[in-house]
Design a protein around this ligand. Structure first.
Ligand SMILES: Cc1cc2nc3c(=O)[nH]c(=O)nc-3n(C[C@H](O)[C@H](O)[C@H](O)COP(=O)(O)OP(=O)(O)OC[C@H]3O[C@@H](n4cnc5c(N)ncnc54)[C@H](O)[C@@H]3O)c2cc1C
Length: 370
């Protein structure tokens, strides 16, 4: 890791300490912690210094994300949303919008990104949210569901249909007409502040529409999702590292049938598979980050690949870790129990595993076309 990434990782590790399970059980992250991390630029560490960030590249940002993910997937989820919001502003916005919104995201304001709607999950082309011109303002109407970090957010990046295409608009969360209600009892990442959002003829300045024009929907959403996929994938590497640590420690110290668990061959095989899972996920992420950092034309598909591989490995690896700890890891408040619940959701967000498979198959078919 770079010096800046190491400093960030130490800051985050110190602030999280051993509190992640308590936050998970309470379903809430401390707001002062989020604001402090936001103001230090950690939550969107790839934003450049000219906008108050530290300008980490994807690889260093990824390793930082894995460190956070190893300790607390809820916090990592908030970090993913913040980074995705910043990246979307960067990709879709103009320079004036960079100067307006990016410094807010590196100085303590928190952000959430809304694509999903009741009728538009995997199929975002079914999105119904409308962004309509009205003089110097736009009017935003629609519903968004399961939006990570919306409970904490100061700014909402809302995707919607605009001028025959689509884009995102920045909506301050406390604008009249915005209603945010928490998703009750999520399976995992319970402190990530998932919420549903209703936008009832919400008025914001026209300058909040990123880029000021409509784009083809896939172009608009892929920009944001590619960042989200990278961040989730690296977070899954963190989950695997936490599971590996817990499983190695437990199986070295607990004895059954006269020897350490790790010395039983079937247990050793589980440990080997968990190690392979972590290596496999890490390599996929490193490859995707290298594509990102070199501006490869395969960057978007490599991010899909990394997210698919890392989330699958994390879900299977966390299940394996619970198996290895058995009753010792079978209740809330244990890192592997939390990992098991959190990792499963990583196969759902930023494009389900099935949608990732479809994207990868389409890419492969394009490559082999004569
Ligand atoms: C923890 C969590 C956090 C989230 N955070 C956010 C967020 O911050 N912002 C946001 O906008 N959204 C967020 N979401 C929503 C998430 O993006 C959607 O849940 C996801 O895109 C899947 O949509 P869906 O739940 O409507 O499932 P559906 O689209 O209804 O899919 C149900 C099942 O059918 C499969 N399926 C659907 N279509 C196809 C197809 N064409 N071919 C094959 N299989 C298919 C899916 O893979 C899945 O297995 C979050 C969800 C969760 C669970």
């Amino acid at each position: 890791m770079t010096d800046a990434a190491t400093d960030h990782a130490e800051l985050v590790s110190g602030l999280i300490g051993d509190r992640a399970d308590a936050w998970d059980l309470a379903g809430e992250l401390p707001r002062d912690l989020l604001v402090k991390l936001g103001a230090s630029g950690v939550l969107c560490a790839q934003v450049g210094p000219e906008h108050g960030g530290t300008g980490l590249d994807s690889r260093a940002g990824g390793e930082l994300t894995a460190r956070v993910g190893a300790r607390c997937s809820s916090l990592r989820s908030v970090m993913t949303s913040q980074g995705m919001a910043a990246w979307t502003v960067r990709r879709l916005g103009g320079t004036e919008q960079w100067d307006t919104f990016l410094p807010r995201l590196t100085s303590g304001d928190l952000a959430a990104v809304g694509f999903s709607e009741p009728g538009a999950g995997s199929d975002l082309s079914a999105m119904e949210t409308e962004i309509a011109d009205d003089g110097a303002e736009v009017v935003v109407s629609g519903r968004k569901v399961w939006i990570t970090a919306a409970h904490y957010a100061d700014l909402l990046l809302v995707f919607g249909k605009y001028r025959g295409g689509a884009t995102a608009v920045v909506v301050p969360a406390r604008t009249p007409g915005v209603r945010i209600t928490r998703v009750e009892n999520p399976l995992g990442c319970r402190a990530a502040g998932h919420a549903n959002i209703t936008l009832d003829a919400v008025r914001v300045p026209a300058g909040h529409v990123l880029g000021g024009t409509g784009l083809p929907l896939p172009l608009a959403t892929t920009a944001a999702l590619t960042y989200g996929r990278m961040s989730v994938a690296w977070g899954c590497v963190g989950i695997l590292r936490a599971c590996l640590d817990a499983a190695a420690t437990h199986t070295a110290s607990r004895e059954q049938s006269g020897r350490a668990l790790a010395e039983h061959q079937l247990v050793a095989r589980h440990l080997a598979e968990l190690y392979v899972a972590e290596r496999h996920a890490t390599r996929a992420c490193e490859h995707a980050s290298a594509s990102w950092d070199t501006g490869s034309p395969d960057m978007a598909v490599d991010a899909v690949h990394a997210k698919y591989v890392a989330s699958r490995e994390a879900a299977q690896g966390a299940a394996r870790a619970v198996q290895l700890l058995a009753s010792a890891g079978a209740s809330d408040g244990h890192v592997v129990a939390r990992a098991y619940r959190d990792a499963k959701l990583m196969e759902v967000i930023e494009g389900t595993s099935e949608i990732c498979q479809l994207v990868l198959a389409r890419h492969m078919r394009k490559k082999v076309r004569p």
